[in-house]
Design a protein around this ligand. Structure first.
Ligand code: 6U4
Ligand code: NA
Ligand code: NA
Length: 158
């Protein structure tokens, strides 16, 4: 794998709801997703997670409240790139989600998630996250719609 890029992905929880944002531009446009983006060279993964959440939803979290629940690796057929996505969850936050240039946020009931308008891998690993498990998921895509193969391994800790 010649090129690995590091990303963050944050999910806020409130009772039986989860905050998703409809991506308005760029990678994953028109899909509902958690909040996150590229880790910049000058910052830690946690700093990037807090920054991206704030930039995309105007929500504030304390870095020490973020819990790393998963590690997702995406590879693509005949492409030498790997996306290394660090997934975080947390229940303590401040603010009311606001629409930004990049994302339109909305609370969803966890029993009524819009999987048909999410990344295809989400339907596979969301059940692990919603059951409070920690895991490593690896997904090999052809294009952006077809998962050729995947593995999910539960972890004791991340
Ligand atoms: P800029 O260049 O600022 O628009 P940036 O916000 O840094 O981009 P972006 O939004 O492209 O990064 O990051 C992609 C986001 O999508 C990250 O939070 C990771 C997430 N993501 C990428 N592939 C995913 C997938 N297959 N399933 C998923 N989330 C994915 O659930
Ligand atoms: Na982003
Ligand atoms: Na960014």
């Amino acid at each position: 794998m010649s090129l690995t890029k590091l990303f963050t992905l944050v999910f806020l929880r409130k009772e039986d709801q989860i905050l998703l944002g409809l991506k308005k531009r760029g990678f994953g446009m028109n899909k509902w997703n958690g909040f996150g983006g590229k880790v910049e060279p000058h910052e830690t993964i946690i700093e990037a997670a807090v920054r991206e959440l704030s930039e995309e939803s105007r929500m504030t979290v304390k870095p020490s409240d973020l819990i790393n629940i998963a590690h997702l690796e995406f590879t693509f057929h005949e492409e030498p790139v790997m996306m290394d996505v660090r997934v975080f969850s947390q229940k303590t936050f401040e603010g009311t989600p606001k629409e930004t240039e990049e994302m339109a946020p909305k609370w969803f009931n966890i029993k009524d998630l819009p999987f048909s308008k999410m990344w295809p891998d989400d339907e596979i690993w969301f059940p692990y996250m919603l059951e409070g498990k920690k895991f490593v998921g690896k997904f090999h895509y052809k294009g952006f719609d077809t998962i050729l193969h995947h593995t999910i391994e539960e972890q004791e800790s991340m």
